[in-house]
Design a protein around this ligand. Structure first.
Ligand SMILES: [Cu+2]
Length: 148
């Protein structure tokens, strides 16, 4: 039974990849903010059927968005902006707490649990064309853990 399910999953995945070697964004969420907070981290799963790179994003909820990575500096994990994030073909790249994330900067208002935040991702495909992918990110508690 388990075997059959796994196989079926693979067949469906393969069919989807063949039909359109596109970039998909799933499970997007944003961490809620408190009054006065001007940035919020957005997380999601990205899968591309072809070699592609995430170049950035924009959202009506914020004046800017940056791709951030995490780096150990001494004993402290710090985030830093990165110009692009590679999306290897067929692999799911997770933007998650403690790792890469999309930072919404200069928020126009606080983000409350349950709100939906539209985010338009800019993705460069292997032929250098830039595509926009729209995701709706659900706002979770400020204290939300990374799992979903
Ligand atoms: Cu950040």
């Amino acid at each position: 039974m388990r075997m059959t399910k796994a196989l079926l999953g693979w067949v469906l995945l393969a069919a989807a990849a063949a039909a359109h070697a596109q970039v998909e964004a799933r499970a997007a969420w944003v961490r809620g903010t408190v009054q006065g907070q001007t940035t919020a981290a957005a997380y999601m799963e990205l899968t591309s059927g072809q070699r592609a790179s995430l170049l950035g994003a924009e959202s009506p909820a914020a004046r800017g968005a940056e791709i951030h990575g995490m780096k150990m500096e001494g004993n402290v994990m710090r985030m830093r902006a990165v110009p692009r994030l590679e999306l290897p073909p067929g692999k799911t790249v997770e933007l998650k707490p403690g790792g890469y994330h999309m930072m919404l900067v200069d928020l126009k208002r606080p983000l409350k649990k349950g709100d939906l935040v539209p985010i338009r991702l800019k993705v460069e495909l292997s032929d250098k064309t830039v595509k926009t992918i729209q995701v709706m990110a659900e706002v979770r508690e400020l204290t939300a853990a990374g799992d979903h």
